[in-house]
Design a protein around this ligand. Structure first.
Ligand SMILES: [Zn+2]
Ligand SMILES: [Zn+2]
Length: 427
């Protein structure tokens, strides 16, 4: 029987991975410019970490976790997101005693046991940042600016930034009670999920994906009306800093985020062209999370972006990412007996920093030329009887179709000149 990839997973083949590499490079370079450093955490953790760090009432923990028992009977979960893992690492290594804030970025696969549907996978990829150890509202602005710079770098057109404040432990309970009082008489009109959660987690009703819930609760009491003076000021400062840095935003009363640990600033980015699931990422401040996970009372903020969705957005923007894995040089032998010479030349070229390849399947010179063409080789070098006897190589520029006889003496330097000239002509 043929073995296939497990349901909800997929392979990233080379023609796609080149796009991934390009996307990752822009993302990581931008994060680096902002002074963020990479953290790599394990892909699995103790289940309890996510129960505490993501929130037991969230969909992620209650329905979507990839949880199993290992051979020693421990409950292990494949990470459904990376924030909890970063918090664990921050606490475990005692970094709260060091230089703060700590600014991290990560990227990699996440796992959710979701019903696979178009554009959603059980193994998917996220990029994100986490900052620990500062409550400064300017840092909220920086994190958002970084995210928007990434979209700019990737050529994503018109990302729509939604922001809100979700308050703090001193002002949220008031809003929560108002919301429960508001929802109670409406409860029969809500969807089944919302009927179950409006008492335990009324905020979740606000971002219910069900359209009729959405309509039922228009005019709900907003958190903006309940914010305490400190939260009001924090939110104002974030908005001012965004404006001062040329970042457009939409204040969104319905933006509450699905997770329990968010405080103050919450944000989300939508790409209008992406249809119903237009959100490609979001984040916010989570000042209570480090303590919730067993650490000291250290504030934090971060965001996560769905990388599959970023790729879709890049394609929707018409960004040219059809960058083929162009090879600099392909070496063609006129006869199999020159193939050992070809391997030596190939390696010499590679050692000089130029990419090179050759035929290993005893193809005819004609078939090798076709192969070189399909490999997008910029230059082809031919080795035959005459070349070996007279000590030169025949070099063909595949773009201009020009051919040169080039002395084997000092060949690499001359090859570099040809490739450089080629590059300039292409612009
Ligand atoms: Zn507050
Ligand atoms: Zn609902």
């Amino acid at each position: 029987m043929q073995i296939k990839a497990p349901r909800g997973t997929y392979d990233i083949l080379p023609e796609q991975s080149i796009k991934w590499q390009w996307m990752e490079k822009i993302i990581k370079d931008t994060a680096g410019q902002f002074g963020y450093q990479e953290i790599r955490t394990p892909v699995f953790e103790h289940t309890e970490l996510f129960e505490r760090g993501v929130g037991e009432t969230s969909d992620i923990v209650s329905k979507e976790m990839y949880t199993f028992q290992d051979k020693a009977g421990r409950s292990i979960t494949l990470r459904p997101e990376a924030t909890a893992s970063c918090v664990r690492a921050f606490i475990e290594h005692g970094l709260y005693n060091g230089l703060l804030p700590v600014k991290w970025y990560y990227s990699g696969p996440m796992f959710r046991y979701d019903r696979p549907q178009t554009g959603r996978f059980r193994q998917f990829h996220q990029f994100g940042v986490e900052v620990f150890g500062s409550d400064n509202s300017l840092l909220d602005a920086e994190v958002i600016i970084l995210m928007m710079e990434i979209f700019k770098g990737l050529g994503i057109k018109e990302p729509e930034l939604h922001i809100n404040s979700v308050g703090c432990p001193s002002c949220r309970p008031g809003h929560r009670q108002e919301l429960i009082d508001y929802l109670t008489p409406l409860k029969d009109k809500l969807c089944k999920d919302c009927q179950q959660r409006y008492m335990t987690n009324p905020l979740r009703v606000l971002d219910c994906k069900n359209q009729s819930c959405h309509q039922t609760i228009t005019g709900h009491p907003t958190i903006a009306d309940s914010l305490c003076p400190a939260c009001t000021r924090h939110y104002e400062q974030v908005r001012e800093a965004l404006s001062e840095n040329g970042v457009a935003y939409i204040h969104d009363n319905n933006l509450v985020r699905g997770l329990d640990y968010y405080t103050n600033t919450a944000f989300e980015v939508h790409i209008p062209g992406l249809g119903a699931q237009s959100a490609i990422g979001g984040g916010g401040r989570y000042n209570g999370l480090v303590k919730e996970c067993g650490g000291p009372d250290v504030p934090g903020i971060g965001f996560a972006l769905g990388m599959e969705r970023i790729l879709l957005a890049m394609e929707a923007s018409g960004r040219l990412i059809e960058r083929s894995a162009a090879l600099d040089v392909f070496i063609i032998t006129m006869d199999d007996k020159f193939s050992r010479h070809a391997l030596q030349l190939t390696n010499k070229i590679r050692q000089s920093g130029i990419s090179a390849d050759m035929d290993y399947n005893h193809r005819s010179p004609r078939a090798q030329m076709k192969f070189a063409d399909k490999s997008n080789a910029k230059v082809v070098i031919m080795i035959g009887e005459e070349e070996t006897e007279k000590g030169f190589y025949l070099v063909r520029n595949m773009q201009s179709r020009e051919q040169y006889q080039i002395d084997q003496e000092d060949f690499i330097a001359k090859l570099q000149t040809i490739l450089l000239k080629n590059e300039e002509e292409i612009g």
